[in-house]
Design a protein around this ligand. Structure first.
Ligand code: PGA
Length: 256
């Protein structure tokens, strides 16, 4: 059985004071039975990570620390960048790779993303590889073609045993931050295709692979999305900034 993973992507929100307050409120809202059912991660801005690490470790909070981005080199003349080695040193365990905002605003390519995936795995962290189509691509009926190419190129040369333990997040670009979430059936269709594609290339990896859906997830739509066979978790942007709403999503079983 795949244990669900629900991740909060804070994007460029919350300074380190706000981050400390948010993680403490979130931890207060969650109980041990929630963590038994669901793995939880928060992906905070770089400037928050040291403060969050300190609070998580001091208070023994079972939330995994996540980053939103990383370079692929471990050190060097890359002004403004942060390396996988630096993140691992802060006990970061999951790193978003290829988020649509990184692809479309900052021009990350599948080749860049592939180097990051390898570098993150090499430091024993888990990449969450984000894939998803733009609205024009969906209208042209090219959703699966786009997502499959992002998977093939993003995971090129990754071993099947490593693919089994990464996370893929399916986030249709038109659903991110727009309030228009994919229907549970649409999310299931693409997440199923992702698993089938992974099985066809990396034999044996697909059954254990966790696939998240992301894009305008809220407490009200989380239960139906999580009912889908191939949706093993959620990647939550805006709604993860509010600990009350994010905890409602994590407790999706109780909302049903
Ligand atoms: P959203 O963002 O939940 O605000 O749509 C999701 C994401 O970008 O990961």
């Amino acid at each position: 059985m795949r244990k669900p993973l629900i991740s909060g992507n804070w994007k460029m929100h919350h300074n380190h004071f706000e981050a400390i307050q948010t993680i403490q409120r979130l931890a207060y809202a969650l109980s041990s039975s929630d963590y038994e059912n669901v793995d939880v991660s928060v992906h905070a801005p770089f400037t928050d990570l040291r403060s969050l690490q300190t609070v998580i470790e001091a208070d023994d909070i079972p939330i995994s620390l996540g980053a939103q981005h990383s370079h692929w080199e471990n050190k060097g003349a890359f002004t403004g960048e942060v390396s996988p080695e630096m993140l691992a040193k802060l006990n970061v365990s999951l790193v978003l790779v290829g988020h649509s905002e990184r692809r479309h605003i900052f021009g990350e390519t599948n080749a860049d993303i592939n180097k990051k995936v390898h570098a993150i795995i090499a430091k024993e962290m888990t990449p969450i590889l984000c894939v998803g189509e733009m609205s024009e691509e969906r209208e042209e009926g090219r959703t699966l073609e786009v997502v499959e190419k992002q998977l093939e190129e993003g995971l090129s040369q990754v071993k099947p045993s490593e693919v089994a333990s990464i996370v893929v997040a399916y986030e249709p670009v038109w659903a991110i931050g727009t309030g228009k979430n994919a229907t549970p059936e649409d999310a299931q269709e693409v997440c199923k295709a992702i698993r089938e594609k992974i099985v066809s290339i990396w034999k044996g990896a697909g059954e254990d692979l966790r696939i998240q859906y992301g894009g305008s997830v809220k407490g009200v739509n989380a239960p139906d999305l999580m009912k889908q066979n191939d949706v093993d978790g959620l990647l939550v942007g805006g709604a993860s900034l509010d600990p009350d709403e994010f905890s409602r999503i994590i407790k999706y079983r109780l909302l049903d």
